[in-house]
Structures are given as structure tokens and as C-alpha cells.
Design a protein around this ligand. Structure first.
Ligand SMILES: Nc1ncnc2c1ncn2[C@@H]1O[C@H](COP(=O)(O)OP(=O)(O)OP(=O)(O)O)[C@@H](O)[C@H]1O
Ligand SMILES: [Mg+2]
Length: 251
């Protein structure tokens, strides 16, 4: 049922990870979150990662985004080998090229919404005035116009999630990585956000990687990687993708 991994000779790789191992804790409390997994995503695609709770999805995303160092394995993103780079170089690369939507949103509670969304632009050297204008535009796109000066604590979970999405897209990163971007959203808003993320994936040289449990999102995928117990166990595209979605959404 699995398709072959995408061929690097005909398609441009956005992300390539080989043999990724990551464990947390020591002794009896040690958990092997990733057990030597491979993962590949292409430029120009919206790629979903699905799998049961605890199978290692967030850990894999964190390694790909360079926010977590793996114990073993190699990661390249957008043609840059992150493995072996100094932490400061990884941080600089991430600020410039990656937008990350965390499972817990990670908004800064003491900053207003427009200030939160401005952060990636400020880190890349954009002036405050221009950064806030672009941030306000993104907030409008996610349906939060008029709330620019509010704080995250004044918002519902779904509204906070939309702020996190605006922040991930504001600097037009080449790779957008999202951990459950629609989990707190109603159906209409969920589809609006997926339309935005789809648009980001279709722009030249860009791609979007999404971890999700939400079958409403499956129809947006160009490719779906299935994870189980610390490994990618299947990759679906084309006919195999259609069959996977049919099987998963049949009730
Ligand atoms: N910081 C950490 N310290 C200790 N164990 C961790 C840590 N982060 C993850 N784990 C463990 O690693 C395993 C994989 O966790 P991970 O968060 O990657 O799963 P997930 O697939 O994202 O799950 P979910 O769908 O519930 O978000 C789990 O057993 C988890 O308990
Ligand atoms: Mg997770």
C-alpha cells in the first residue's frame, strides 16, 4: 500500500531526514521517541504526518525545525545540512526560513497580538513600523482584525491558534511546520486556515508540513506520511493517498 519515497532526482527536496534517533530521560524513565526514522518532504507540497498519540510526531517536527537536537541521524532542510551546525547558525536559519506553529501555540502573554505576530519580522531585521503593518495584515487574514492590541489571554483557544498561524506565515518562510493547526478551530475556520496554508505550500519553492489528527484536513494533502512507534511506516501520494483518505474517513 505504500508508495516509494519521492525521487530526489526529479523533485526538489524541502526536508530530508535519515536515521533519526531521539530518546528522553534516563534509566527506567527513558523513552525512545524516535527509533531511527527516515522522512522526506518535497518543495511545493502540503505534507501531512499522521499517527497515534505518543508515536513521536511532535518530536520529529522539533528535530526537523532544529529546535531539538537528535541523538543520531542527519537532517537537511531546504538544501542546508542542519546536523553539525552550531546552535546559533541553526537559530539564524530557522528565523529566516521556517515558520513554526507549536501544539501549545507558545504566544508571549505580555505582548499584544500584533506584537506577537511581528516577532519573526523583527528577528529578521524588519523595522517595527513595517513589521506591525504586516502583522496587522496577517491578523486580518485569520479573522482577527480589530483585536491587534489585545493580549493572548483575552482570546479563546481557537483565536490563539489563529494568532500562532499568522505569526508562522508573516515572514513568508519557505517551510511552514505546523503541529495540529486546526485542533482548536471550528469547521469553517479550520477550512479557512487550511486554505491559507495550502496557498503557502503552492507558492514557488515553498512547502508546508502538518501534524494532524483531524481527518477534515486530509483532503488538502499532496502526500501523507504515517508514523507509528517512533518511525515513519508508510508514505501515501497519488492513488495510494486517495485510498488512504477513503479508508480513514469512512465511518
Ligand atoms: N520533553 C520530553 N521529556 C520526556 N518524554 C518526552 C518528551 N517529549 C516527548 N516525550 C515522549 O516521547 C514520546 C513521543 O512524544 P511526542 O510528543 O513526539 O508524541 P506525539 O506523536 O506528538 O503525540 P500527540 O499526538 O499526543 O501530540 C512520548 O512517549 C512522550 O511521552
Ligand atoms: Mg504532538
Amino acid at each position: 500500500m505504500n508508495t516509494a519515497p519521492p525521487s530526489p532526482s526529479t523533485d526538489r527536496l524541502a526536508v530530508s531526514a535519515r536515521g533519526i534517533v531521539k530518546a528522553f530521560g534516563v534509566g527506567d524513565a527513558r523513552t525512545q521517541a524516535l527509533k531511527g526514522t527516515d522522512f522526506t518532504a518535497l518543495e511545493g507540497e502540503l505534507h501531512l504526518i499522521v499517527g497515534p498519540s505518543g508515536c513521536g510526531k511532535t518530536t520529529l517536527l522539533s528535530v526537523l525545525a532544529g529546535t531539538l537536537e537528535s541523538d543520531q541521524g542527519e537532517v537537511s532542510v531546504l538544501g542546508t545540512r542542519l546536523t553539525g551546525l552550531a546552535a546559533s547558525q541553526v537559530t539564524r536559519f530557522r528565523c529566516r526560513h521556517i515558520g513554526f506553529i507549536f501544539q501549545q501555540f507558545n504566544l508571549i502573554p505580555t505582548l499584544s497580538l500584533v506584537e506577537n505576530v511581528s516577532v519573526p519580522l523583527l528577528l529578521n531585521g524588519t523595522g517595527r513600523h513595517e513589521a506591525e503593518a504586516k502583522a496587522a495584515e496577517r491578523l486580518k487574514q485569520v479573522g482577527l482584525a480589530g483585536r491587534e492590541r489585545q493580549r493572548p489571554t483575552q482570546l479563546s483557544g481557537g483565536q490563539q491558534q489563529r494568532v500562532a498561524i499568522a505569526r508562522a506565515l508573516v515572514h513568508e518562510p519557505r517551510l511552514v511546520i505546523c503541529d495540529e493547526p486546526t485542533s482548536a478551530l471550528d469547521s469553517v475556520t479550520g477550512h479557512q486556515i487550511m486554505d491559507l496554508l495550502s496557498g503557502a505550500a503552492r507558492a514557488p519553492g515553498r512547502s508546508v508540513l502538518i501534524v494532524t489528527h483531524d481527518p477534515r484536513v486530509y483532503g488538502y494533502a499532496d502526500r501523507i506520511s504515517e508514523m507509528e512507534d517512533g518511525r515513519v511506516t508508510g508514505v501515501h501520494s497519488g492513488d495510494s493517498l486517495a485510498a488512504f483518505i477513503h479508508a480513514e474517513t469512512r465511518s
